[in-house]
Design a protein around this ligand. Structure first.
Ligand code: AMP
Ligand code: ZN
Length: 415
């Protein structure tokens, strides 16, 4: 593995330097020659890439290939109104599909399985990522996409779905919803495997899902910047996620100092993509906190494992799998006249994650339905999720006089 990684690393560093001006600039500023990155030990010399680099170079400033070689483009939410755009050549897409096939395979999915894919199809990489993986593996995919719970359950029963893929919060919701719709989750349905990710979840949620549906639930991790889902997956041991290290060279760093922490210690995950053509990413800071460890796994795979993602070192909220930065909400609100400066973001959970906003307005606008609708629509346009809006009177929201404003109230149960 180390040999594969080193030879790919040498190549990708030279490739990124030659073809992406940001990398050329960063290397030159740090007085590093790409040829001096020869072994895995040299990796720590390579400058980090961060999410704002992608945003600052919106939409396609980090391309390493001419635009006419792009096979597709995805966009994921960024911290302002503008998303982050991720680009794939045909080779990138093929590689991602193969990695996704390998990812599904690690959980025991086989040809003949019927995969009901309830991740959203569209700009979110979850939907098509699983879809391509199913094709690579030769399993049967049902591109159900997200939402429409009644139809999901009907298809699950009638098509005798064996594998489901969706956010863990949606699967927990399906426990109740299937009961309410009159299904016996164990005898009416034939689920064997569930693959859940895009947001943090817990052992407790795994237990509840497995008990209710009689399936085995696996954690899948990824992010749009790194192709999408399929960076890491639990194997049948359900004990940590194998990271596909022949493609994603993985380090953990101390998020405050940037120093590499040794395996077994918690830190921020940093990934170097070893063969991305359209948009190479070197030492990409994920902001996700986890622990990388090097123990052998009884499954026999020699890809190192990471523990469940513990949380993020930035303020990004994940609401039902959708990324929301508080700054996006602020950006929208501040662009609407007549709103006060004070607002509060309330995240709660009733069956599903919910996002609510309280915002201050003058007394005569408190019942202004048009204003409320405008706020809802503008937020939806940026976040792609429904927000419950409440108008409150000037001066009623808590002000913080010291330190950072406490704008986010997260009422979701911490498991
Ligand atoms: P996106 O760019 O929409 O694909 O979102 C990527 C982010 O979702 C990651 O950086 C993580 O913060 C979060 N995420 C994805 N998969 C998981 C998972 N299995 N557990 C916890 N967080 C996850
Ligand atoms: Zn394993």
């Amino acid at each position: 593995m180390a040999r594969i990684q080193e030879s790919k690393l040498r190549k990708i560093v030279r490739y990124a330097y030659r073809n992406v001006s940001l990398y050329r600039k960063r290397f030159d500023e740090a007085h590093i020659k790409p040829e001096s990155i020869r072994s895995l030990d040299d990796l720590a010399k390579v400058p980090f890439t961060v999410k704002t680099d992608l945003r600052d170079n919106y939409p396609l400033g980090l391309l390493a290939v001419p635009a006419n070689r792009l096979y597709c483009l995805y966009a994921s939410s960024g911290t302002t109104g503008k998303p982050i755009v991720v680009a794939y050549t045909r080779r990138d897409l093929d590689r991602w599909a193969r990695l996704m096939g390998r990812t599904l395979d690690a959980t025991g999915v086989r040809k003949g399985d019927i995969i009901q894919n309830m991740y959203g199809y569209g700009l979110f990489t979850g939907g098509l990522g699983i879809h391509y993986g199913a094709r690579a593996l030769g399993a049967t995919v049902v591109p159900a996409s997200s939402g429409n719970t009644k139809r999901q359950l009907m298809l699950m029963k009638d098509l005798q779905t064996t594998v489901v893929t969706c956010t863990p919060s949606y699967m927990v919701y399906l426990i109740e919803a299937s009961k309410a719709e009159g299904y016996d989750a164990k005898t009416d349905l034939t689920l064997k495997i569930g693959i859940f990710g895009a947001e943090p979840w817990s052992e407790e949620a795994r237990k509840r899902i497995q008990d209710a549906f009689g399936l085995r639930a696996y954690d899948i991790f990824g992010m749009s910047e790194l192709y999408g889902p399929g960076v890491g997956i639990e194997c049948e041991q359900q004990d940590g996620l194998h990271v596909w290290e022949d493609e994603f060279l993985t380090e953990t760093i101390n998020p405050s100092t940037g120093e590499v922490v040794e395996p077994g210690k918690e830190g921020e995950l940093v990934f170097t993509m070893l063969s991305r053509e359209a948009m190479p990413l070197l030492r990409y800071r994920s902001r996700d906190l986890s622990t990388l460890y090097e123990e052998e796994c009884t499954c026999g795979r020699y890809h190192n494992r990471i523990k469940r993602i513990k949380g993020r070192s930035d303020d990004m909220l994940i609401i039902g799998g959708v990324n929301v930065f508080p700054s996006q909400v602020e950006h929208v609100l501040m662009n609407i006249r007549d709103l006060g400066d004070q607002y509060q973001i309330i995240v709660s959970h009733k069956e599903l994650d919910r996002l609510g906003i309280k915002v201050e307005v003058p007394a005569n606008r408190l019942n202004d339905v048009n204003l409320m609708k405008r706020i809802r629509d503008d937020l939806f346009a940026v976040l792609s999720i429904h927000v419950e809006v409440e108008l409150v009177e000037w001066g009623t929201l808590p002000r913080s006089e010291v330190g950072k404003a406490l704008r986010v109230v997260d009422l979701r149960p911490k498991e």
